[in-house]
Design a binder for this molecule. Sequence first.
Ligand SMILES: [Zn+2]
Length: 47
Amino acid sequence: MQPAACDHNRTQIIARRNGIDYVECLDCRQVFEAEDLEPVKADEEDE
Ligand SMILES: [Zn+2]
């Protein structure tokens, strides 16, 4: 069982289709589009 929240810090590209890179998280083994990986930049800063 993997933790509910994974930062997906370690990923590898497993496929590329229609200009979209598909990556797999080495930690939780989840596959998703590379675009989804991009961190959402909020206007507020934590630090
Ligand atoms: Zn992950």
